[in-house]
Design a protein around this ligand. Structure first.
Ligand SMILES: [Zn+2]
Length: 306
């Protein structure tokens, strides 16, 4: 078995206005960095409506579909835009995550990385925000719970921004553990330690600006001890690489090796629990740091399945 890479060229058809941090070039930065790795390369399919509707109402999907412009951009909020290709890109982001869950649970691959954009962890039930359209990680978790019948799934989010969307989508879901480390104060402003989910199944670890990688790793050691107690049967990672010191949107001081170390801790826990890992790309806005960090992350996924 190996590590699957789910992606699709439609990721580059989601086009943001000039100067936008969540730019088309992010996709090539990630894929180029993974180009020589021995991955099982697979197409990210468009998610079926039923997958989206596990997390978002029909009215929301219809609204997004109706807002797709014939040319140029449609602004959904101050920093979230739709271009003519955005629906296909977003559907393949969610669909790639669903397909990755299916592939690891079928035992076809040991683990998987979904390299698509736009990211997903800020999208709430009826609110696109923070560059995100659909809640890919939550949609993947609900696929595992409601379609595959798993009892316990964990979503682990080390993006520098709080995964408010994933948290909102899974808040009432006692079968889903959610944990996020994130800089605070920072967009979107949620993620205080007191936010614990309707069943106490959520862990939020806000980090001060300037927090270094050693402190980040320590935070994840604590989070994973809690996660281990939950005993997930599947681990979904919201892999944002914007806690990197080079990132222009935040002020944490992690480096490539910190992402590798945290990924290794996640994979070690998952291996002990015989839980496969599905990782979905979220943020990361310095192109060089994004590529190097994503590569470090995926290399650990590859080592983990050997
Ligand atoms: Zn982020």
């Amino acid at each position: 078995m190996t590590t699957a890479l789910f992606t699709h060229p439609d990721a580059e058809r989601h086009i943001t206005p000039p100067g936008h941090a969540e730019q088309v070039a992010r996709q090539a930065a990630v894929l180029d960095a993974l180009a020589d790795l021995p991955l099982d390369r697979r197409e990210a399919p468009r998610a079926d409506e039923v997958e989206i509707l596990r997390c978002h109402p029909q009215s929301y999907l219809d609204r997004i579909r109706g807002a797709i412009p014939d040319e140029g951009w449609q602004m959904l909020d101050a920093d979230t835009h739709l271009s003519p290709g955005s629906l296909d890109a977003a559907l393949r982001g969610a669909g790639g995550a669903v397909a990755a869950v299916d592939a690891v649970l079928a035992g076809e691959v040991a683990n998987a990385f979904v390299a698509m954009r736009p990211p997903g962890h800020h999208a709430e039930r009826e609110t696109p925000m923070g560059f995100c359209i659909f809640g890919n990680a939550a949609i993947a978790a609900m696929r595992a719970l409601d379609h595959h019948g798993l009892d316990r799934v964990a979503v682990l989010d080390f993006d520098v921004h709080h995964g408010n969307g994933t948290q909102a989508l899974l808040w009432d879901e006692r079968r889903a553990f959610f944990a996020s480390s994130h800089q605070m104060p920072l967009y979107p402003g949620t993620g205080a330690a007191g936010e614990r989910g309707a069943h106490g199944q959520m862990v939020n670890v806000p980090l001060r600006p300037g927090t270094d990688g050693a402190a980040g790793q320590a935070a994840w050691r604590d989070i994973l001890a809690r996660c281990r107690d939950f005993a997930p049967q599947l681990v979904i990672v919201s892999a944002g690489f914007d806690a990197h010191a080079a990132d222009p949107l935040a002020q944490l001081n992690w480096d490539d090796d910190d992402f590798a170390a945290i990924t290794r801790m996640i994979c070690d826990m998952a291996a002990d629990l015989s839980a496969p890992v599905v990782s979905c790309l979220e943020g990361g806005y310095d192109l060089d740091a994004l590529g190097r960090s994503a590569r470090a992350h995926v290399q650990v996924l590859l080592e983990a399945q050997e």
